[in-house]
Design a protein. Structure first.
Length: 346
């Protein structure tokens, strides 16, 4: 029987642990599962909850850190030092798998030895809200060459892969190594791209593989738009540094990525509300980021519109906006639509 190692890192999520563990032990027929819960020195009762769960089922092991090591080191401890199944899963303690998710993913991996990881969709739910019925009937598989999939990521620059819905071939995970400690926010995206640089990518169509719980303390809520942009750029640069020589036309992919991130920074600057010194500093940093990605951005209508807004000031802008900003943003919008990959037929 196919074996799956499931790593569940936990920090102050003890009240979510039982749901995460039961979704693996009770709802995943057809696979042999083992779980490692790693409590990263949680100050709450997470460690006690984990020990209690492990005592009730021999398939669960627990590691308790005496000092906090951070999520990246915790991930790598589980994936590189402990996982030994055919396939591996990183499952956050506040998420859980849908019934049959592991067998659906491992069926694809078993059938396609050249595929390095498989993903599907996840269902986002508010904590405490009624649980929606997941889609569990596979409507087909997609298997893509790694370079083809990678190019789409460079064109879009967003992470399209929900972490809880991913199953990775363990041998490939150990080959490419662990998560990058610099990428505290975009480590998942960089990991998927790193795997795709070395193997094919599988996708399960029409099914929900995991639930992603929204509860106000999710990790992404602590990141600003600028922090997110910087982390995503760093992730792409890390992939280019590692695998640029083996990627077809890496310079073109790099240019696509920088253009895309520059445009996103300009849009974020335009959306930043008028305010005091903090808001003005945010706009300045976003504009500087856009220029660092693509110096030619200073000639774009969107860039000139934001700079005009800054010069005129928030007090005078309401009266002058119809005459000053609207033409700039109209032109900026047309430019952005022309540049979008969908408009260009990709």
């Amino acid at each position: 029987m196919t074996s799956v190692s499931v790593v569940i890192p936990c920090y102050n999520y003890g009240h979510f642990l039982e749901n995460a563990v039961s979704s693996v032990l009770d709802d995943q027929e057809g696979v042999d599962v083992r779980i490692l819960i790693i409590d990263d020195a949680s100050p709450d009762s997470s460690a006690d909850v984990a020990v209690k769960i492990a005592a009730s089922d021999p398939r669960v092991e627990v590691v308790i850190h005496s000092t906090n090591k951070g999520h990246i080191a915790t991930y790598n401890e589980g994936l590189l030092d402990w996982a030994d199944g055919d396939y591996s899963v990183m499952l956050s303690a506040d998420d859980w798998l849908t019934p049959g998710a592991l067998q659906r993913a491992t069926d694809l991996l078993d059938a396609h030895p050249g595929v390095g990881f498989v993903y599907g969709q996840s269902v986002w739910i508010e904590d405490g809200a009624p649980l929606p019925t997941p889609r569990t009937r596979v409507r087909g598989w997609s298997v893509w060459p790694g370079p083809w999939w990678l190019e789409r990521r460079f064109r879009q620059t967003y992470n399209c892969v929900p972490a809880a819905a991913v199953v990775v071939r363990t041998s490939l995970q150990k080959c490419v190594g662990g998560y990058d400690g610099r990428l505290t926010h975009s480590g998942d995206m960089e990991m998927w791209m790193r795997l795709a640089a070395n193997a094919g990518v599988g996708y399960l169509r029409g099914v929900d593989q995991a639930y992603y719980r929204l509860h106000g303390h999710n990790m992404y809520t602590s990141y600003t738009e600028l922090m997110d942009l910087r982390q995503r750029r760093l992730a792409f640069e890390a992939v280019l540094d590692r695998y640029g020589e083996r990627l077809p036309d890496a310079s073109r992919l790099s240019d696509l990525m920088y253009r895309r991130l520059s445009r996103q920074a300009l849009r974020a600057a335009a959306r930043t509300p008028d305010g005091g010194r903090t808001q003005r500093a945010q706009v300045d940093e976003l504009m500087a980021f856009a220029l660092s990605c693509r110096p030619e951005a200073s000639r774009l209508p969107a860039y000139r519109a934001v700079k005009s807004h800054q010069r005129i000031g928030p007090r005078a802008m309401p009266n002058l906006q119809p005459f000053v900003l609207s033409p700039f943003f109209d032109r900026a919008g047309r430019w952005l639509r022309r540049q979008s990959w969908k408009w260009r037929g990709y």
